[in-house]
Design a protein around this ligand. Structure first.
Ligand code: SAM
Length: 216
């Protein structure tokens, strides 16, 4: 069976993507990414692979930690989203970012990376496992780090209120997943795909980060 091309979904929503993502996080998107990156141990000077980089919403938070000595390799299969990311880099004078337009499945790199960041791009377990295996090829098994940052349904009193908001966000973005898919157990699901995995949840339990090393 032909696998689904998730990157195509953003051909229709790329112009409103940044606004919607920031609306849901009440303008704190960069702060939330920063928290995930620091939690996962991103360091000054690191070379970061920003997988499914989209419009480049992770760049600011990443740059603030890696500094001028660090590098970002930004990968996305959607040309419209990648163009937004290139524009963002140009406007901010970030010349330490290189861009690759291709599906992660076909990615080829001739350098080692220190850190792989998957932000808001969990689609399904089998696909993510393939992506982790692929990216592990470019990492040192001991020092390499993965970080996943994404949404979850809160396990608290907010749950009934958040559900319609998340439903609306998913509809606006034309995402491939449903609101029920966010009722998941990322700690266990992603944690089992990494070594020495650690989990944190924040923003009223609506966002999380999972960090870990590649499996040996
Ligand atoms: C929800 S957006 C997330 C963008 C960005 N990481 C962020 O946090 O805002 C998902 C992105 O994944 C990209 N994508 C989906 N499948 C992909 C694949 N197989 N290879 C590379 N990029 C892919 C899409 O084009 C889209 O830009």
């Amino acid at each position: 069976m032909e696998s689904r091309n998730y990157a195509l979904e953003y051909d229709k929503s790329y112009t409103r993507y940044d606004l919607i993502v920031n609306l849901f996080q009440l303008g704190m998107d960069t702060k939330h990414r920063s928290k995930a990156l620091r939690f996962a141990g991103l360091k000054e000077g690191d070379t970061v692979l920003d997988l499914c980089c989209g419009s480049g919403l992770s760049f600011k938070a990443t740059q603030e930690i890696i500094g001028k000595k660090g590098k970002i390799i930004a990968v996305d299969a959607n040309g419209y989203m990648l163009q937004l990311a290139k524009n963002r880099a140009r406007k901010n004078g970030w010349d330490n970012i290189s861009f690759i337009e291709c599906p992660i499945e076909d990615l080829k790199l001739d350098i080692k990376i220190d850190f792989a960041f998957f932000a808001l791009c969990w689609y399904d377990k089998d696909l993510s496992r393939k992506w982790i295996d692929k990216v592990s090829e470019f990492m040192d098994k001991e020092t390499g780090r993965f970080c996943f940052f994404d949404y979850k349904m809160p396990d608290n009193w907010l749950r009934p209120f958040i559900k319609p908001i998340l439903w609306l966000e998913i509809k606006w973005l034309g995402e491939a997943y449903t609101v029920n898919d966010l009722d998941w157990k990322p700690k266990e699901l992603i944690g089992n795909m990494l070594r020495d995995a650690r989990f944190t949840a924040y923003y009223f339990d609506c966002m999380f980060a999972v960090a870990g090393k590649p499996l040996l």
